[in-house]
Design a protein around this ligand. Structure first.
Ligand SMILES: Cc1cc2nc3c(=O)[nH]c(=O)nc-3n(C[C@H](O)[C@H](O)[C@H](O)COP(=O)(O)OP(=O)(O)OC[C@H]3O[C@@H](n4cnc5c(N)ncnc54)[C@H](O)[C@@H]3O)c2cc1C
Length: 460
């Protein structure tokens, strides 16, 4: 019988990163994956959407090329080539993970894993003995339980990534991060997009002010947003689909060639044998302690299956923490600084507490803001929409939150995450020389707003 130090079930960004890290720490590791290595993130999530977002960004830039003195007579898109770029990016990264498994001497077992005991796992009829088990089985999309979701043209986020033709119009049900990202992408490609949403578009946990400002940009970009729309059915109406909801004035609806159901995800634990093992759950999510161990000693859980921060970078972080603990170290998972990004146009990113959380929590705080319109690099790039907003503790200036809407927000947020994790102050950021002309100068100028004032902008 094969014997391992750690068996990891699930080869997504939680599982494969955990496996590589455990291998670096000297463990003999096996990963069980029933589909493709890379999981949702590489195959159906982060990577394909960001490949498409890149196309959308290139198109937006091409349309504005005249502002930079580049004259183009016409801009056309080739949808199959757009999708080929997406598939190529995915395939390249998936095969990269396969190579990493080989080079780290990690056994990959193809099939569905089942935990027989904390020391025994079964896959494809084979039993593997192990010292520790890590569950990294991810999540699945949760369709809205309304009639009509099985009609042709009603898409999940998986389906929309496999389209062969660009839809003329698209109704996005749900204004989650993922829904807004697809809305941004397809709008840029030329599809008429309508987002339908029960409550105002807030993009939690994005800072309320940033979320509100972003929502105001949507009509200007040509994206229509219908609020107060609790979709109760998808109906077929001739050649188009209609998402319908009730209002006090009667039934209302919006039509589109296709409908994207971007209505959320839930932890996936099918076939693992968790209830027989007595593993405690919080609804569909696995409950773990601060060391990411379940109530059954020797069985750990990481990633989306915990149902909390359903993000790839959190999944990978948890993978590293869990295997260190499984191999005898003692490291608590620290969620003080989890960056949250929305890859829409303009980009949004945030880390730490929002202004509302500070005020609701009675935390004495100070806010400073700096617009990209006052940042030299952003002006040179022609991307001046948006701003940086910093929340610091009143008195000592410790950074509590950083929130950004604007160019490269998802890259800029790393400085905020590091500052919050290390308990740095606005002064620490100000006293750090930032290269010129760069976008991070906007973060430094915002930090200056906490002290004596930004150089290139009057206090907002
Ligand atoms: C459209 C979309 C866009 C996204 N964009 C982003 C983004 O930009 N940034 C971000 O941080 N996050 C993003 N996410 C979320 C991100 O994809 C997830 O948070 C991340 O993939 C979670 O990683 P995981 O390893 O926990 O689970 P998964 O990636 O879902 O991997 C779990 C793996 O376990 C396998 N598995 C399940 N059960 C078994 C079993 N019994 N035996 C063997 N294998 C099993 C599955 O086949 C799967 O491969 C996006 C998600 C979607 C849907």
């Amino acid at each position: 019988m094969d014997e391992r130090d750690i068996v990891i079930i699930g080869g997504g960004p939680a599982g494969y990163v955990a496996a590589i890290h455990a291998s670096h720490l000297g463990a003999k590791v096996a990963v069980i994956e029933k589909d493709k290595l890379g999981g949702t993130c590489l195959n159906r999530g982060c990577i394909p959407t960001k490949a498409l977002a890149r196309t959308a960004e290139a198109l937006v830039k091409a349309r504005a090329a005249g502002d930079f003195g580049i004259l183009m007579d016409s801009i056309r898109i080739d949808f199959p080539r757009i999708m080929a770029h997406k598939s190529k990016s995915v395939n390249q990264l998936v095969s990269g993970v396969e190579q990493l498994m080989k080079s780290n001497k990690i056994r990959v077992c193809r099939g569905a894993g089942r935990i027989l005991s904390p020391q025994l796992v079964k896959v494809n009829g084979e039993e593997i003995a192990t010292r520790k088990v890590v569950v990294a089985t991810g999540s699945e999309s949760t369709p809205l339980p309304v009639p009509g979701t099985d009609l042709p043209g009603v898409l999940t986020t998986d389906d929309i990534l496999e389209l062969t033709e660009l839809p003329e119009s698209l109704v996005v049900v749900g204004g989650s991060h993922v829904g807004v990202e697809f809305a941004s992408i397809f709008n840029a490609l030329g599809t008429k997009v309508t987002i339908v949403k029960r409550r105002p578009l807030r993009l939690e946990p994005v800072d309320e002010e940033i979320g509100r400002r972003f929502a105001q940009t949507l009509p200007r970009q040509g994206i229509e947003v219908k609020i107060g729309a609790a979709v109760k059915a998808i109906e077929k109406k001739g050649a188009v689909l209609r998402a319908v909801w009730d209002t006090p004035e009667g039934k209302q609806g919006v039509e589109g060639q296709m409908v994207l159901m971007a209505t959320g995800r839930a932890p996936y634990t099918g076939g693992l044998n968790l209830s027989e093992l007595g593993i405690q759950m919080d609804g569909r999510a696995i409950r773990v302690n601060e060391y990411l161990e379940t109530n059954v000693k020797g069985i750990y859980a990481i990633g989306d299956v915990l149902g909390k921060n359903m993000l790839a970078h959190v999944a990978s972080y948890e993978g590293e923490v869990a295997v260190e603990n499984a191999l005898g170290r003692s490291r608590e998972a620290d969620y003080r600084a989890v960056p949250n990004c929305v890859f829409c146009h303009p980009e949004i990113a945030g880390v730490g507490i929002t202004e509302k959380e500070a005020s609701d929590g009675g935390i004495p705080y100070k806010v400073s803001k700096f617009p990209f319109a006052a940042c030299g690099r952003a002006v040179a790039m022609g991307e001046t929409a948006g701003m940086v907003k910093m929340i610091c503790r009143a008195g000592d200036g410790v950074v509590l939150g950083l929130h950004i809407m604007g160019p490269h927000a998802s890259d800029l947020i790393a400085e905020g995450a590091l500052s919050i994790r290390l308990g740095l102050t606005a002064e620490d950021i100000v006293h750090t020389i930032h290269a010129h002309p760069t976008l991070p100068e906007a973060v430094r100028e915002t930090a200056m707003g906490q002290l004596d004032g930004a150089i290139h902008f009057q206090r907002l």
